[in-house]
Design a protein around this ligand. Structure first.
Ligand SMILES: *Cc1c(COP(=O)(O)O)cnc(C)c1O
Length: 380
């Protein structure tokens, strides 16, 4: 079986700029400033500015950006942090690694984004923060978030790992709350050649604390004012990211074009139970993933559809098959099946289709035709 449409193909974005990527890497090797070198501070400044914040502090991963970012916002032991159950596990791990208590809540069935009414019911006197996850590249409403944080006197810490330069209501992802975390895992909308992450903030104290936490808790060499760790964005990775940053707006808009094509061409399958996730904001969505739902009314199970697509040479994904509250590692949190019905239902129904810049119109047609004939054949 030949793969006609892979789920991700990073070569499509790297080959056209290969020579500049290689030159940037060679430049770091020549300079030898591998740890917190010039490319790191350049990238931190450029990415913060592009996202509408004052400071960027590069770290080793998105997971560390959440854990250290929360600590820099003075969140830790004894504090409760609200987050959605249907997110990548790293959001939860970040909260746990910061020493805080994660409080999971359900999501909206249409958008898969955190349900703020459910979050309101989870507030206690210990609640310090909410982590909206801008899942699949779509932002949680900034105005609703700010109202929420104001009402309950808690802070907002964004998980923007899937939302580089997404926009909504005049805000860019990462600029709504006190601080935000991003990941540069290779397949994210802006990806490095390995692991990487960043914390964005416009608060000078949070930025200062972050710089210390990622660098052994020191602001001055061999003087350690707090127990920090070693979690820095590699200079080599920053050099790669500097080269890729100028292209991200174009890449994001290429993704939007692909999403619009999927939306249009898959619309006739709605009556057969194949539904796109709802896009509330139009163009501000950056489609890290293009997710559809296989509804109860569909003749086929998701697994059957996924297998038939694979036979047709089309790779798909599921983001995510097990919601955080049902993950074996976190049974100690005490959640049960049935606690978050929307998240649980979505985890059974969602399917992610190939989505990346460079995907050709004929490949998209391939996916759509395969999907249409799978549905049609199943009815006969
Ligand atoms: C990728 C991702 C992370 C974690 O980032 P890493 O760099 O892989 O540690 C956190 N949250 C979400 C929503 C993600 O998609």
């Amino acid at each position: 079986m030949t793969i006609k449409v892979p789920f991700v193909d990073l070569n499509l974005q790297h080959l056209p700029i290969q020579s500049q990527l290689q030159a940037a890497i060679q430049d770091v090797v020549t300079k030898g400033d591998f740890i917190l070198g010039q490319a790191v501070s350049e990238f931190e400044g450029a990415f913060a500015a592009a996202s509408g914040t004052k400071y960027g502090i590069g770290v080793a991963s998105g997971t560390d950006a959440i854990a250290l970012g929360l600590q820099a916002c003075s969140i830790g032991a004894g504090d409760e942090v609200i987050l959605p159950s249907n997110t990548f596990i790293a959001t939860l791990i970040g909260v746990v690694n910061a020493g805080a208590k994660p409080i999971l809540v359900d999501c909206h069935p249409q958008t898969a984004l955190i349900d703020l009414e459910a979050a309101a019911k989870a507030i206690t006197p210990q609640t310090k923060a909410i982590i909206p996850v801008h899942l699949y590249g779509q932002m949680v409403s900034p105005s609703q978030l700010l109202d929420f944080a104001n009402t309950y006197k808690i802070l907002i810490f964004e998980d923007a790992a899937q939302a580089h330069l997404a926009e909504k209501e005049g805000y860019t992802a990462g600029s709504i709350g006190l601080a935000a975390a991003f990941s540069f895992y290779p397949s994210k909308n802006l990806g490095a050649f390995g692991d990487g992450g960043i914390v964005l903030t416009s608060d000078a104290n949070v930025a200062k604390k972050m710089r210390s936490l990622r660098n052994y808790g020191s602001s001055q060499k061999y003087v350690h004012i707090e127990p920090g760790t070693n979690s820095r964005l590699d200079t080599l990775q920053a050099a790669v990211l500097n080269q890729k940053l100028p292209y991200i707006s174009q890449w994001n808009s290429d993704r939007l074009t692909i999403a619009q094509m999927y939306d249009r061409e898959l619309a006739p399958l709605a009556s057969a139970g194949i539904l796109p996730m709802e896009n509330q904001s139009g163009t501000g969505h950056i489609y890290h993933l293009y997710v559809i739902k296989i509804d109860d009314s569909c003749h086929l199970e998701r697994q059957q559809i996924q297998e038939k697509l694979m036979v047709a040479g089309i790779q798909t994904g599921i983001h995510y098959p097990i919601p955080c509250h049902l993950q074996p590692a976190f049974t100690y949190l005490g959640y049960q099946p049935g606690d978050f019905p929307q998240a649980e239902k979505l985890s059974q129904q969602i399917l992610s289709l190939p989505m990346y810049p460079g995907l050709t119109a004929s490949q998209i047609t391939e996916v759509i035709n395969a999907m249409s004939s799978i549905i049609k054949d199943s009815k006969n």
